[in-house]
Design a protein around this ligand. Structure first.
Ligand SMILES: *Cc1c(COP(=O)(O)O)cnc(C)c1O
Length: 354
């Protein structure tokens, strides 16, 4: 019988259990549904789709609308089915056998996973003790491996740390020094005080990835994009499958951009709720890390994290169990939910760790 490619057979895959619970705070989705105006407009516009025809292969309307949001033209925008597919296309184009991608752990597990799936070698550096990006370590890794692709994640998942602009700039100049590409994953960019999108130019090897899954309340739509040099976007377009973005999704994304203000209000609400939640967590017997995203990393002191996780599940509250991840021993990550959801989580947590 056929076996999977040996390196794939050894892989672990991506696990985030989708359990049937009352309060789901494990995958950093928005707790709010999209604006009703968007849902109505989409239902109406759906009638006009030419279902017997392939969709616009270039997704030009959508890319123009997204470009408008960032002050660039459609030629600087690449769209795909979630930012994970954007990252996969980047790796298919710039990674591959004989090439290397650099990550600094702990960070988003999919960066190294997608790199490996595409046959790219992975070199793992370490973040500093407080999980910030350590420029000395960045320099060491880049000099040692001369990676084709280097990943930063800001705000970083699962720690919530935001890289300073000087850190991204210095990393970028090191990446330029080895003719590499810097990917800045800003899945949570709207929650952070600054964005690396300001560094993008046609002669600079940087791309910034964004998603509709988190701030835009549209995780079900599977839509993500990158902003980068136009020559680079043209290379990605050669690699991605033809007509990869269906007509319905193109409409959904384009119409969403009529609701930027509602989205910004959601971000403001979540940021306010984040400081309330962090304040409450800091009163408990926990180690809590500061976050620039819509989630918070914490470590219970009185009990092993895995036990706390299970006892929260028993109370119908699901958070992310990071307790077995290197350097995150005993840690859990909670997504900011509605006030009600967060209160339910806090009450359950207080009971469990008492
Ligand atoms: C959630 C997440 C993504 C993936 O988003 P999709 O657009 O849903 O594929 C990418 N990067 C980071 C850091 C994330 O946390």
């Amino acid at each position: 019988m056929i076996a999977a490619r040996p390196d794939v057979a050894l892989m672990d895959g991506y696990h985030s259990p989708q359990l049937d619970v009352r309060v789901r705070l494990n995958t950093n989705e928005s707790p709010e549904t999209p604006p009703a105006g968007w849902t109505d407009a989409l239902a109406e516009a759906m009638r006009s789709i030419d279902w017997n025809r392939y969709p616009d292969r270039e997704a030009l309307k959508l890319r123009t609308a997204i470009g408008g949001l960032h002050g660039v033209g459609p030629e600087q925008i690449f769209v795909a089915n979630g930012s994970n597919e954007v990252l996969q296309t980047v790796m298919l184009t710039f990674g591959g056998p004989g090439r290397t991608a650099a990550v600094w752990e702990p960070t988003y597990a999919l960066h190294s996973h997608i790199a490996r799936i595409t046959g790219t070698g992975v070199i793992e550096g370490e973040r500093a003790d407080d999980f910030s990006t350590d420029l000395g370590e960045v320099a060491r890794v880049i000099a040692a491996a001369r990676p084709e692709v280097s990943f930063l994640c800001s705000p970083n998942n699962p720690t919530g740390v935001v890289d300073d602009e000087s850190v991204v700039r210095e990393t970028l100049s090191m990446v330029e020094g080895v003719d590499g590409l810097l990917v800045v994953d800003e899945a949570y960019g709207q929650f952070a005080p600054w964005s690396a999108t300001g560094l993008i130019a046609d002669d600079v090897p940087i791309v910034v990835t964004r998603t509709f899954s988190k701030t835009w309340s549209m995780a079900a739509a599977r839509l993500g994009y990158l902003i980068g040099p136009s020559w680079l976007v043209a290379e990605l377009d050669k690699v991605v499958l033809p007509y990869h973005l269906d007509a319905f999704k193109q409409l959904a994304g384009t119409l969403a951009l009529d609701h930027v203000e509602a989205m910004n209000e959601r971000v403001q609400r979540l940021v306010a709720e984040r400081s309330r939640l962090v304040g409450r967590l800091e009163e408990l017997d926990l180690e809590v890390w500061p976050s620039g995203a819509n989630f918070v990393l914490f470590r219970p002191r009185s009990k092993p994290g895995a036990e706390v996780w299970q006892q929260l599940v028993d109370r119908s509250v699901l958070v992310r169990n990071c307790s077995s991840w290197p350097r995150l021993e005993g840690c859990l990550r909670v997504t900011i939910g509605t006030t009600d959801e967060d209160d339910t989580f806090l009450a359950a947590l207080e009971e469990v760790i008492a």
